[in-house]
Design a binder for this molecule. Sequence first.
Ligand SMILES: [Zn+2]
Ligand SMILES: [Zn+2]
Length: 187
Amino acid sequence: MKQVSRTVQAPKNLAIEVIGVPEGATVELDLRLESVMEGVLVTGTASAPLRGECVRCLEPLEQRCEAEFQELFSYPDADDRSRPVAEPGDDAEEEDTFFLEADLFDLEPVLRDAVVLSLPLQPVCREDCPGLCPECGVRLADDPDHRHDEAVDIRWAALQGLAGTIRDGEKDDQSGAAPDADEKQEK
Ligand SMILES: [Zn+2]
Ligand SMILES: [Zn+2]
């Protein structure tokens, strides 16, 4: 068994839409490498800075991500049937089969899965972020006592009244048309 620490630069697209590790940022890796029958079992943690935006108020935010992972990297000849997919590629990733290449292994797909799965889907700048005003879009955390004139509500009430009148008018037309149709049928 061997314990190693490494720092690497974050690869591209270590992110989801709202948050992620900026490309080139320092990722700290603590790894435990264990020799097992089939290959090398790698257990580790990755720590990296995150940059994104709050899903409620859209302010930029910074956090840290701590992701854990464990993966077996097999010797290329451990399973003959798997040899054709031993080259790094999407197929190898989908089958979750990783291989040692000489004395090396490619941690990137494992790191990517672990980090991306650890990202918050709904990052917020703070747990109780009140978000944006639905009327004008102002950030409510900056202006908690913020409110709008009731005049806005009165104007809406007037529009709703108007909509009601139009609907009543339509009903009248329909009831007026019905007797005519009856008369035609009688003739
Ligand atoms: Zn926020
Ligand atoms: Zn407002």
